[in-house]
Design a protein around this ligand. Structure first.
Ligand code: GUN
Length: 292
C-alpha cells in the first residue's frame, strides 16, 4: 500500500486565500488592517528565518507586520517593556515572541505579559489552561497543533474514537496537540524520551503525530497499517548528493512509512506551511475580535 499524501502546501494555500478575503473585508467594512508584531531576541539563524517568513506572509495577505529585534543580551525588563508597549498599541492585534528565548530570560513571565486578546501563538498560560480544561475555550489555539488537526480533518481522517499517539511532549506542539485530539474524542497516548517501547504504542495508533525532533525515529514497521501520520519534525540529514550537503527530513522515515500508512504528510511541504497559515488566521481573528 502507498499512503495518500497529505498536501500541506495546498491546504495551507486554501486557508491563506480565506484569510486574504477576510482581511480585505475587514478593511472595507471597518477600516481596520490586522497587525502582527514579531519579537526576536538574539541572532539564532533558524529563528530569524522563521520570523522573516512570517513577516513575508503577512505582506502577501495584506496584514500589517512590525518586526522587533533585540540583542541576545536584552534584559528581562527590556523584553517585558516591549511586550507592554505592543499590548497598548491599537494597530497591533497579534504579538509573537519567537521561542526559544536566550537562557537568561524568564520565558513564562514574558508570555504571561502578552495581552490575552493578542496572544496569537496561544502560549499564554491562561490560553493553554483553557485548552487543557473541559468546557473552556482558549481565545487562540497554538499554530502548529492547530495545523496538525486541520490537516487531519481536511483529509477526512476520523478523530473521534481513534487511538492517537503523540510522540513528543513539548509546550509548543506535543502537549497542545494531545489536548486538541482529546477534545475531539480521540484516545490519546503521549510518548516521549522515557517511553520504554515506542513501537508497542505506535502499533495501536490510528493517528500518529510525530513531534519529538529526532531524525526519522518513527519507522514504517512500527506503524499500524492504514494509520494517518502527521510529521512535525524538521531535521537536517547528511546527504552528500545535494549541493548543501544535507536534506530536510522529519521525525518519520518517510520511505518506509508511506508503504504502511494510509495517509502521510511530507517534509517539507506538510505541517510547515500550515503553522504560518494558522498564525495568519489567528492574527486576522485578533483583529476581527477587536471590532466585535
Ligand atoms: N518556535 C518554534 N515554533 C514556534 C511557534 O509556533 N511560535 C513561536 N513563538 N516560537 C516558536
Amino acid at each position: 500500500m502507498t499512503a495518500k499524501l497529505i498536501d500541506g502546501k495546498q491546504i495551507a494555500a486554501e486557508v491563506r486565500a480565506d484569510v486574504a478575503d477576510r482581511v480585505a473585508k475587514l478593511k472595507a467594512e471597518h477600516g481596520v488592517t490586522p497587525g502582527l508584531a514579531t519579537v526576536l531576541v538574539g541572532e539564532d539563524p533558524a529563528s530569524a528565518a522563521y520570523v522573516r517568513s512570517k513577516q513575508r506572509m503577512c505582506e502577501k495577505l495584506g496584514i500589517h507586520s512590525v518586526g522587533h529585534k533585540l540583542e541576545a543580551t536584552a534584559s528581562q525588563e527590556e523584553v517585558e517593556k516591549l511586550v507592554s508597549d505592543l499590548n497598548a498599541d491599537p494597530a497591533i492585534h497579534g504579538i509573537l515572541v519567537q521561542l526559544p528565548l536566550p537562557k537568561h530570560l524568564d520565558e513564562e513571565a514574558i508570555l504571561n505579559k502578552i495581552d490575552l486578546a493578542k496572544d496569537v501563538d496561544g502560549f499564554h498560560p491562561i490560553n493553554i489552561g483553557r485548552l487543557t480544561m473541559k468546557g473552556r475555550e482558549p481565545l487562540f489555539i497554538p499554530c502548529t497543533p492547530h495545523g496538525c488537526i486541520y490537516l487531519l480533518e481536511a483529509s477526512g481522517v476520523e478523530i473521534s474514537g481513534a487511538e492517537a499517539v503523540v510522540v513528543g511532549r513539548s509546550n509548543i506542539v506535543g502537549l497542545p496537540v494531545a489536548m486538541l485530539l482529546q477534545e475531539r474524542n480521540a484516545t490519546v497516548t503521549i510518548c516521549h524520551s522515557r517511553t520504554r517501547d515506542l513501537a508497542s504504542h505506535l502499533k495501536r495508533a490510528d493517528i500518529v503525530i510525530a513531534a519529538v525532533g529526532v531524525t526519522e525515529i518513527v519507522k514504517g514497521d512500527m506503524l499500524k497499517p492504514g494509520a494517518a501520520v502527521i510529521d512535525v519534525g524538521i531535521n537536517r540529514k547528511d546527504d552528500p548528493t545535494t549541493e548543501r550537503g544535507y536534506r530536510l527530513v522529519g521525525d518519520v522515515e518517510f520511505e518506509s512509512a508511506q508503504e504502511v500508512a494510509g495517509a502521510i504528510t511530507p517534509v517539507p511541504g506538510g505541517v510547515g506551511p500550515m503553522t504560518i497559515a494558522m498564525l495568519m488566521l489567528n492574527t486576522l481573528r485578533g483583529a476581527e475580535m477587536s471590532v466585535s
